[in-house]
Ligand binder design. Structure first.
Ligand code: PEP
Ligand code: MG
Length: 898
């Protein structure tokens, strides 16, 4: 039985554990830091790692559940552990002759860098400081430690503002005419201690505690409380760390980096933390404690310089880094202290790293024999890898973030602000770079997406129209920027006091959600010479993933350009071509509108005849871009009114035309208005869309079928090979709907001598609950299923995919109803269960029924794992997500082979 699952006897508890007893497997109980310190003690030896003990996460959980009181028995356990530590160290906490000093640090299960509190040098008081000075023979060191302790304790435990304290240090240095903390004399430090204690008294109404046991309880309590603080809560929400986990507290004997020129502290990674290059990288400071290195108050030195200053300690450190990396099989991020020439390791953890470093490490680690390919794949953070494909803000540039929104589609872009799709199109024709800024976007803004460099909206979230379309096109997008007010009528936007006019420069970073009006330089990975090696290694890793995975990866692509891009990124076919986007093209809109405005079928057919050759051209381009791979074309899905102008716009134009006495225009506009009203529906997403359009206006689907099959016949004629064609019907509820559409397809295909089952397939999207429950019936009419998890989520949960993020999600996460958007990661127990039922029922009718997923979830690693386990054959996602899906699919196979 692993230590993690050991059950304690009834009357025992696991509040405290010595470092010497733990191991890295006990992460849940000891927190990451405690478990790793214990592990280091085991592998490096007790003389390399200062001794101490961990107050466990169980104690923190009990504290949180017990109205912020230490649980019964915890104080006694802490006292006993402290007594053991004192015996081992040969010193006592608070001893006026020879005091033991400890550090008190937080350490949760998941690493939360900088989120919670630390107190160093605990145990000092007015008497103990004298003992420390005597024992060390270093008065400056003793007073420096004391002033640090008072400073940290006041801030961390009692919330005294750190600026208040820092201001005193600056003022004193100014009075003395010095710039460095290390130039402070012992008398200066004594003066600071007195000042800090006075501030403490003034701020808390109490004297600074001299009893070290009181100090220790206060510090432990502060660490527990910091778990509940806003900063940590916010971090947990973003990183989806459960509030219930709690944090552990590590109490460790202090070793001192601030004992003079033969002492120091540093932070070092086993490899470069940005690029992943194999040499260790990091910083250190002589005569300093770890906090100084991290806080940036002093300019640090590069770790390589330690080799000159303290060659022996440097050599030992390098050796230890190799040992740790080998032991953990991962890049490590460590903290060390050198006390009078003697090296101590204080902490190690798996290094958080950007995509670039992750890929470099994976390839190098396999080459070095440190990891197998499978282990290297499993260590990747699939979602973060998308960053390798998009331009970003130049890391070294200086810019001010004006606001932050939802990071809806990664990559950075900048350009002049435009407020309408039309302006975007015109600007693009003039060769200008623009960012389309809207409150939200709709189908008829899509032409503007093509034209713009990026999209910024004040409303909506990751499942909004803007996000979905932008991701599909690989365009950066920031959505739901609540600080942004877009005044379309006034052609102006505001963020706080900043007023942004049309034509002003704006830059957005869809990877981070940041917006700036500074002209921040962008770097394109493929053009960045520094990235050439990275992209090559990424290809290597993706090749390994393809060897492992069983889940297929296709792409959602609507244009030959997207199809070609996705193919380059490794897509094995198109899983969803949304044909509606082809009608959004500015040139085609009038033709589409004529079709919608038609009074009768004859007129509608005439308009459709004009659209047909254009649509045929689209398909030919797509088939050729995907030659040899399957192409799934979906018939028209959105409600027709999306192709017409807004009612308000027409209303305004109508008034103007009337005022100008342009009566012919008045007549035309009045007709349009009437048609808009006729087509308008209270719930358009539940209205005349998808297959329902095909039932009500079969001539529309017929035109599309003709374009699809004519294009296939033409390509076959031209290239000698038939595209691998799959026609897909959206939003099917009833078997009969599909039957009718399938008959229509077979009839039209016959006109081109194409044979069903041989030259093409007809399948359906499964995106309504009823279709899942009756999938065995629907399967009679379908050659394949593709789960539209966007609509299945929308209709299964009854949440609007366009509104949930702006309006409901934050509160739902806050109240712990959800931990993320169900439009981002599949709601496995609910929507996922429907999908599984649909898959299973479908295969009861046709055991070999091909099953795909083409909703946004097809590019989400967690959802991909679920689809893999559900027996899905392939996922289809936007082009830039294809590599992520390849990695996630491989990871899913490794975690759960099928
Ligand atoms: C879906 O509903 O999941 C889907 C892929 O179709 P769309 O997003 O176009 O509605
Ligand atoms: Mg859908």
């Amino acid at each position: 039985m692993s230590p993690e699952t050991t059950q304690l006897p009834e009357n025992q508890h696991d509040w405290v554990q010595d470092f010497a007893e733990g191991s890295k497997e006990q992460r849940n109980l000891l927190g990451g830091k405690g478990a790793n310190v214990a592990e280091m003690t085991r592998i490096l030896g007790a003389d390399r790692v200062p001794a101490g003990f961990t107050i466990t996460t169980s104690a923190c959980v009990a504290y949180m559940n017990g109205e912020q009181e230490f649980p019964d028995g915890m104080q006694q356990d802490v006292d006993a552990a402290l007594a053991r530590l004192e015996a081992q160290a040969g010193r006592r906490l608070g001893d006026p002759e020879n005091p033991l000093l400890v550090s008190v640090r937080s350490g949760a299960r998941a690493s939360m860098p900088g989120m919670m509190d630390t107190v160093l040098n605990l145990g000092l008081g007015d008497e103990a400081v004298l003992g420390l000075a005597k024992r060390s023979g270093n008065e400056r060191f003793a007073w420096d430690s004391y002033r640090r302790f008072v400073q940290m304790y006041a801030n961390v435990v009692r919330g005294v503002p750190s600026e208040r304290i820092e201001a005193e240090i600056s003022a004193l240095k100014k009075r003395r005419g010095i710039t460095l903390d290390t130039e402070l004399e012992p008398t200066d430090l004594q003066e600071l201690v007195a000042t800090f204690k006075a501030i403490y008294r003034e701020q808390t109404g109490e004297e600074f505690p001299q009893d070290p046991h009181e100090q220790l309880s206060g510090a432990i309590r502060a660490v527990f409380d910091s778990w509940l603080g806003d900063r940590a809560r916010h971090y947990r929400r973003i990183n989806r760390i459960p509030d219930e986990w709690g944090t552990a507290v590590n109490v460790q004997q202090m070793v001192f980096g601030n004992m003079g020129q033969q002492s120091g502290s540093g932070v070092v990674f086993t490899r470069d933390e940005v690029t992943g290059e194999p040499d260790p990288s990091g910083d250190f400071l002589i005569d300093a404690q770890g906090e100084d290195v991290v806080s940036g108050v002093r300019n640090t030195q590069d770790i390589s310089e330690l080799a000159d200053i303290m060659p022996a300690a440097h050599a030992e450190l390098m050796e230890i880094l190799r040992t740790l990396e080998k032991h953990y099989g991962d890049m490590q991020d460590t903290e060390f202290t050198i006390e009078e020439g003697r090296l101590y390791m204080l902490q190690t953890r798996d290094a958080k790293r950007p995509a670039q470093a992750a890929v470099r490490f994976a390839v190098d680690a396999v080459e070095e024999g440190l990891l197998t390919k499978e282990q290297a794949i499993a260590k990747l953070d699939a979602a973060s890898l998308e960053a390798l494909l998009h331009p970003t803000f130049d890391r070294n540039a200086d810019y001010t973030v004006l606001a932050t929104g939802v990071n809806a589609s990664p990559g950075a872009a900048k350009g002049a602000v435009v407020f309408t799709a039309e302006d975007a199109v015109h600007a693009a024709e003039r060769g200008e770079h623009v960012i389309l800024v809207r409150p939200f976007t709709e189908a008829d803004d899509v032409a503007g997406f093509h034209a713009a460099q990026g999209i910024l909206t004040s409303e909506g979230g990751k499942a909004s129209h803007a996000a979905l379309v932008a991701r599909g096109m690989g365009k950066p997008c920031v959505c739901g920027v609540s600080a942004l007010q877009v005044d379309l009528a006034g052609h102006v936007a505001r963020i706080g006091d900043a007023v942004i006019h049309a034509g002003d420069l704006i830059a957005i970073n869809g990877t981070t959600g940041e917006i700036t009006i500074d002209d921040v330089p962008l770097v394109e990975p493929s053009q960045d010479p520094h990235m050439a090696g990275v992209l090559q290694r990424f290809e290597t890793v993706l090749g390994w993933c393809d060897d492992v995975r069983v889940l297929g990866v296709r792409t959602n692509a609507d244009t030959p350009g997207d199809a070609a891009k996705a193919r380059e990124l490794g897509a094995h076919g198109i899983g969803l071509c949304r044909t509606e986007h082809m009608f959004m093209d500015i040139e085609r809109q009038p033709k589409m509108r004529r079709m919608i405005m038609a009074e009768d079928e004859v007129e509608r057919r005439a308009a459709l005849d004009e659209l047909l050759p254009l649509q045929q051209q689209d398909f030919e381009g797509i088939y050729e871009a995907m030659a040899g791979l399957p192409v799934t074309i979906r018939l028209l899905d959105p409600p027709l009114h999306e192709f017409l102008p807004k009612k308000e716009e027409i209303g305004d134009e109508l008034h103007q035309a009337y005022a100008d006495k342009r009566y012919r225009t008045v007549g035309v506009l009045a007709d349009v208005l009437e048609r808009i009203e006729l087509l308008s529906e209270s719930n358009p997403m539940l209205g005349t869309r998808g297959v329902r359009l095909g039932i009500l206006y079969p001539e529309i689907f017929e035109m599309q079928a003709r374009a699809i099959f004519a294009a296939a016949a033409a390509v076959r004629e031209r290239t000698g090979s038939m595209p691998e064609l799959e026609v897909m019907i959206p939003l099917v509820d009833y078997e009969r709907e599909l039957e009718l559409m399938r008959e229509l397809m077979i009839r039209v295909a016959g006109e081109y001598d194409l044979v069903h089952g041989q030259d093409y397939l007809v399948g359906t999207m499964i995106e309504l609950p009823r279709a899942c429950f009756l999938a065995d019936h629907i399967a009679h009419q379908a050659d394949f299923f593709s789960f539209g998890t966007n609509d299945l989520t929308q209709t299964g949960l009854g949440f609007s995919r366009d509104d949930i993020e702006g309006k409901i999600l934050a509160r739902y996460i806050d109240r712990k109803i959800l931990d993320r958007s169900p439009f981002e990661t599949i709601d496995a127990p609910g929507v996922g269960q429907m999908l599984r039922m649909g898959a299973w029922l479908g295969r009861t009718t046709k055991p070999d029924l091909k099953l795909g997923v083409c909703g946004e979830h097809g590019g989400d690693p967690d959802s991909i794992a679920f689809f893999h386990e559900s027996g899905i054959d392939y996922v289809s996602c936007s082009p830039y997500r294809v590599p992520i899906a390849r990695v996630a699919a491989a990871q899913a196979q490794l975690a759960s082979p099928r």
